[in-house]
Design a protein around this ligand. Sequence first.
Ligand SMILES: Cc1cc2nc3c(=O)[nH]c(=O)nc-3n(C[C@H](O)[C@H](O)[C@H](O)COP(=O)(O)O)c2cc1C
Length: 363
Amino acid sequence: MPEIASEPLKFAYWVPNVSGGLVTSDIEQRTDWGHEYNRDLAVLAENSGFEYALSQVRYTASYGAAYQHESTGFSLALLLATQRLKVIAAVHPGLWHPGVLAKFIASADVISGGRAAVNVVSGWFKDEFTNLGEPWLEHDERYRRSEEFIRVLKELWTNDHAEFTGDFYRIHDFDIKPKPVGRPHPEIFQGGNSTAARKLAGRVSDWYFSNGKDFDGFSEQVEEVRGYAAANDHTVHFGLNGFVIARETESEAKAVLREIVEKANTEAVEGFRGAVKQAGSSTSDKKGMWADSEFKDLVQYNDGFRTGLIGTPEQIADRAIEYKKRGANLLLLGFLHYLEDVEHFGKHVLPVIREKEAALDRV
Ligand SMILES: Cc1cc2nc3c(=O)[nH]c(=O)nc-3n(C[C@H](O)[C@H](O)[C@H](O)COP(=O)(O)O)c2cc1C
């Protein structure tokens, strides 16, 4: 059993900056992808116990998401609207030059008093690259590029005379001023499930984001990634995705899940299932993300139902604590009706988690 983090479990929410919500379903979703709704949501979230928000990146209409706000600009808008919330912007190596991104995030970090972060996503959506005229690298090459990308970010954020020579990037005597204020630098998140993703986290990432997983699936990743990190004398923290449906009774919560899946937008889910074969399924060991996802799992883009945060507040809290025991430092959460559900989570679920956490510390 991995060591249990002494720090309280942290919470992040997926920013709904892409239309259609976090589930590809025609069930009613009282969530809006626009700026005003998201600004109110960010303020509510930081007052409801959320420490982080994660802005997604999707550049073009696809799979139920007809409209998308760009992740870095949108994240800055949320930083400006809040006081304490840290906002993580998802970014693609291959579409950003790391020097330009380092500069943007440094400014966002200074403006927000050290609350900017990035999620380096290595990509699954081939058309986003090829339709923009950019090359689509083979799976493990994308990760090799991501590693260089992260090393360049760190180099530029922490050195006055940045130098880097790699296969993808070459930086010479470059000085970014102002430097970011977050120490040692803005936090770097990175997700995946493939062996390449795990090794990358074990070498350079501050955080490893896991798609939704049951207990054993999550433990398996934590143990492997911790092993890689130990071999590299590196420390990595773990975030786990989950979709929350909290109701007074378990049967009510399960009925909502059933309705989400019954009303799934089949065409969009099947299209997504085809596109994500570019992720984990394209690796030799087939370990990567979505490689074993079923139709039902894919109705939530990131396998969030698998984490099972569906039931009464007490049941959800019990599972959150079990994930903490298995190595989770953070839960990344998605919701159906964001404003209502985030408020409910803060009022009715989080206090139960904190009580159980306190009891855990006393053991
Ligand atoms: C928590 C999390 C968030 C992600 N966010 C995005 C995103 O906003 N945009 C995107 O194109 N891919 C996103 N991805 C997917 C990654 O780009 C990548 O396709 C995936 O992690 C590859 O997994 P693999 O290494 O198992 O093949 C995300 C992945 C995780 C785990």
